[in-house]
Write a protein that binds this ligand. Structure first.
Ligand code: 5GP
Length: 190
């Protein structure tokens, strides 16, 4: 997506060879016009898939996920990150390790917002090792619901997440694919 790539080049900050900071337009300050375009792009790509809900993990995926849910006219559900396991009959939980925070979370959803009839599109801001996506998939499939696709705003193709999800057979659609952050330079795959 040209608009997104241009913004990454102009405003993205390389923290090191593995991490890109996009606080100026996605993760801290949010560019709502860009989010609208992202919503349109994901919706055009996934609209044939009869999606019933959009899932994202708090908090950075919320902006692109809500715009996609608006375009597809289905609800968006935020998976909560709890720092401890909760014993409660009203929720489902799955454990996962965060890429940026190096912390383990319990991804949590109320039973009210998922059923086995759901066909779910997962949206997230970044794909790195695939841990967030894998935990979301597990949470959804444990209930018997279906993952119809995974929409990623920025994929780092030099980390293992994409390969893992491809091998598991999921339809991953990324709007910007970064092949390298080396030498203080952002390089995309075309
Ligand atoms: P994964 O679970 O695929 O290893 O990592 C994905 C999650 O880690 C995303 O939800 C995102 O919040 C965070 N993340 C991974 N890589 C980056 C990065 O380069 N920059 C930022 N800002 N977040 C990242």
């Amino acid at each position: 997506m040209k608009l997104l790539e241009d913004m990454i080049l102009q405003k993205g900050k390389i923290i090191n060879e593995d991490v890109l900071k996009v606080d100026n337009f996605i993760n801290h300050q949010v560019d709502s016009k860009l989010m609208k375009e992202i919503g349109v792009e994901f919706s055009n790509y996934f609209k044939k898939d009869k999606i019933t809900k959009i899932f994202t993990i708090e908090s950075s995926g919320i902006a692109p996920a809500v715009m996609t849910s608006y375009e597809l006219n289905v609800p968006m559900v935020i998976l909560k990150k709890q720092t401890s396991a909760i014993l409660n009959d009203d929720i489902y939980q799955v454990n996962y390790k965060s890429f940026t925070k190096n912390t383990t979370y319990n991804l949590t959803i109320s039973k009210d917002y998922i059923s086995q009839d759901d066909s779910i599109l997962i949206i997230d801001d970044f794909l790195a090792n695939g841990e967030a996506a894998k935990a979301s998939i597990k949470l959804i499939e444990n209930v018997g619901a279906k993952v119809v696709g995974i929409g990623i705003v920025i994929e780092k193709t030099f980390q293992p997440g994409r390969k893992i999800l491809d091998e598991l057979g999921y339809n991953v659609y990324s709007l910007a694919r970064i092949k390298s952050l080396k030498n203080n330079k952002i390089e995309f795959i075309n």
